[in-house]
Design a protein around this ligand. Structure first.
Ligand SMILES: *Cc1c(COP(=O)(O)O)cnc(C)c1O
Length: 344
């Protein structure tokens, strides 16, 4: 059997996002061998296995395979909240800022965005003040939505425990956008289950650092997932022989989780190298995302230089470099050498 090459043409190192990874030959082999069925009927054994495995690993009763993290989060919000409800969410959160306003547009759910602290948390005092009285003037505060990692940062464990306990105490449901929860787990040497504790639902991306081509999982109670399945269908997310994709997810959970530590080491190595260059101000990464502020006088030329040498990143004055399965330590060194050449 032969498989497509990971790269065609001139060598590119793509640091734009951890979503750009291509399936490895072993992952493709697992996909090719997947047993499939019609998942809308619940007949796909590989999807069923992925959902069960993920539910077990994260400590929930059930799971639902969704085409994307955006859809998985939206299904979560739609399942928790009715029309006219609101969710408390960070100003920088994906579920508020980067999902096209889906909860408001498709769910008539009002977001109540609150400014994130520097560590990514939403201070408890702000959350407490934002809860609306039970009065016809207000939307019904229903849900607290957090994110981990957020902007590549680990949400402090003590904060997660405190915020979820507070929410539970006043009858709010809790949702965790854990698109990169696997990075958070590896970086803090805790299990996915420990990272998910206290939440009623979690969304986990398979297509970020875990390196699957497509897919996310929503985890929750059996009753929650039964209801979520209805919303997934309504959003057009019911896929048929999706076991081919689920097989990639299963492979990723089994083989690509521990190795996230390498991405974190590579990010640290990248940050250290870039920090030594003039005109760059580098935030020390906690996981696989490096933020670099570039002197405005050189930003455009520096970004063009990198792109011209096959080093792809996002942004120019505020750069984001992301390490992943397809950029190893040698790629980091190659990128640093290109960056160094710009400065002579
Ligand atoms: C990428 C991401 C999502 C959405 O995932 P997609 O599969 O790209 O739709 C949600 N939340 C966070 C924090 C993300 O980084």
């Amino acid at each position: 059997m032969s498989y497509p090459q990971a790269h065609h043409g001139p060598r590119l190192y793509d640091f734009r996002s951890d979503t750009v990874t291509k399936p490895t030959p072993a992952m493709l082999a697992a996909m090719a061998a997947a047993e499939v069925g019609d998942d809308v009927w619940g007949d796909d054994p590989t999807v069923n296995r992925l959902q069960a495995v993920a539910a077990e690993r994260l400590g929930f009763e059930a799971g639902l395979f969704a085409p994307s993290g955006t859809q998985s989060n939206l299904i979560g919000l739609l399942t928790h909240c009715q029309r006219g409800d609101e969710y408390l969410v960070g100003q920088d959160a994906h579920t508020y800022k980067y999902e096209g306003g889906g909860a408001a547009v498709l769910g008539s759910i009002q977001p109540q965005p609150l400014e994130n602290a520097a560590d990514g948390s939403i201070p408890l005092a702000k959350l407490q003040k934002a809860v609306k009285p039970r009065d016809a003037h207000f939307a019904r505060t229903r849900l607290l939505a957090l994110e981990n990692t957020i902007g590549g940062k680990l949400l402090p464990a003590a904060y997660v425990a405190e915020a979820t306990a507070w929410a539970k105490g006043i009858g709010l449901a809790t949702h965790l956008d854990g698109a990169r929860l696997a990075n958070a787990a590896v970086a803090s040497a805790r299990s996915l289950r420990e990272m998910s504790a206290g939440f009623d639902s979690v969304s986990l991306c398979l297509s970020k650092g875990l390196g699957a081509p497509v897919g996310s999982l929503l985890l929750g109670s059996r009753a929650f997932i039964d209801e979520a399945k209805r919303w997934r269908k309504m959003l057009g997310g019911g896929m048929r022989q999706a076991g081919i994709l689920a097989a990639a997810g299963l492979y990723a959970l089994d083989h690509h989780l521990e190795r996230l530590a390498e991405d974190h080491e590579n990010a640290a190595r990248l940050a250290q190298g870039l920090a030594a260059l003039p005109g760059l101000s580098v935030l020390a990464p906690q996981t696989n995302i490096v933020f670099v502020s570039v002197d405005a006088a050189i930003a455009e030329r520096f970004a063009a230089h990198l792109a011209g040498q096959g080093i792809l990143i996002s942004g120019s004055t505020e750069q984001r470099w992301v390490t992943h399965l397809d950029v190893d330590a040698a790629a980091v060194d190659a990128a640093l050498a290109v960056a160094q050449r710009f400065f002579g």
